[in-house]
Design a protein around this ligand. Structure first.
Ligand code: SAM
Length: 325
């Protein structure tokens, strides 16, 4: 399936990397270190927006150069002084020019993003994986999840990163992964196959819960769209490359979250747990439901805006959630 076009045009930005500068760089830069330094300068001078996996321009530059040269992150530091062939220089500079001039997130240029330490294929049909839920998965959802989950649901799965990482962490679990976007599910199926999870991760086209009648899950996890209308109107260009369906969720960013809350009790097992990311819409959620004791997860690796509710709490407040629809 063809990734969607976006309305980001090069002409909206000052083009720092024109042909003259690229030719000069190709002629003068020699080592991996040189190219990384040049990339960082380009990012800084051209006001590149990071935030699709790293906030650090050095990390972005080293990923760009090392991945293009098919080198490992963990390569010995001495390799930074290795020289590039003319064809390799061209390859690195071409990618850098697209990153800077067209504001394409690096993950889309490389068709690669890491999540919970695992590699995932990504393109413009899915959001670039970056949810702090990765840390919860590798921490096995402790202290909230007290039993090994048998059945797990990843609502709004996108690339399938959460579903697949959960299946890897809990080898006994069967995971359903749903999305309303056929395009996103096509990408998820590439990742399911790549990670050999066909037996345990099922992909289902569904508008929130509507194709899951009668199902019950020990764990429901979701990173739904949650950007509010004000933030949507002010997104950096890199985010406009991502599918709007993966970001926007109504005026206060909570349209999909309210639907999840209203129905979760009907799909959780007795001792089940609900985990949902709402990012910056945390404040609106707390204002909307002041009586609900959302447990907000504290992350060591960064990130915020992820709450946990038990099945009992989902049941207790279900009528309140339904009334808010
Ligand atoms: C923020 S992205 C999350 C993707 C992935 N879980 C991750 O963490 O990278 C949200 C996803 O929700 C999907 N989505 C939007 N509205 C939906 C709906 N009504 N029902 C199911 N999925 C929906 C989008 O297609 C998108 O893939």
């Amino acid at each position: 399936m063809t990734p969607p076009d976006t309305d980001v045009t090069d002409s909206e930005y000052p083009v720092l990397l024109d042909e003259a500068l690229l030719a000069e760089a190709a002629a003068e830069l020699v080592t991996i270190r040189d190219f990384m330094r040049f990339a960082v300068t380009c990012f800084r001078e051209n006001d590149i927006h990071l935030g699709h996996g790293t906030e650090d321009p050095f990390a972005e530059a080293s990923a760009l150069v090392m991945q293009t040269l098919a080198l490992e992150w963990s390569a010995d530091e001495e390799i930074l002084d290795a020289k590039l062939l003319p064809s390799e220089r061209r390859k690195v500079l071409d990618l850098l020019a697209r990153r800077v001039n067209e504001r394409i997130p690096l993950a889309y240029l490389l068709n690669l993003a890491y999540f919970a330490g695992m590699p995932f294929y990504v393109d413009e049909r899915v959001l670039v994986p970056r949810s702090p839920i990765a840390e919860l998965i590798t921490d096995r959802f402790l202290p909230w999840l007290q039993h090994e989950p048998q059945r797990v649901l990843d609502l709004c799965t996108g690339s399938g990163c959460i579903a697949i990482a959960i299946a890897k962490e809990f080898p006994e679990a069967i995971v359903d992964a749903t999305d309303i976007s056929i395009d996103a599910l096509s990408v998820a199926s590439i990742n399911v196959e790549h990670h050999e999870m066909e037996e345990r991760v099922g992909l289902i086209e569904s508008d929130v819960f509507n194709m899951l009648p009668g199902q019950r899950y020990d764990l429901i996890v979701s990173n739904p769209p949650y950007v509010d209308a004000e933030d949507m109107a002010d997104l950096p260009a890199e985010f406009l490359r991502e599918p709007e369906l993966g970001l926007a969720s109504g005026r206060d960013g909570l349209d999909i979250t309210r639907r999840i809350l209203a129905e979760a009790a009907d799909y959780l097992t007795e001792e089940g747990v609900l985990v949902v990311e709402v990012g910056n819409s945390q404040w609106s959620l707390v204002q909307s439901f002041p009586e609900v004791p959302f447990a907000w997860v504290e992350f060591e690796l960064g990130g915020k805006g992820v709450f946990v509710l038990t099945a009992a709490q989902c049941r207790e407040f279900q009528s309140l959630f339904e009334a808010a629809l």
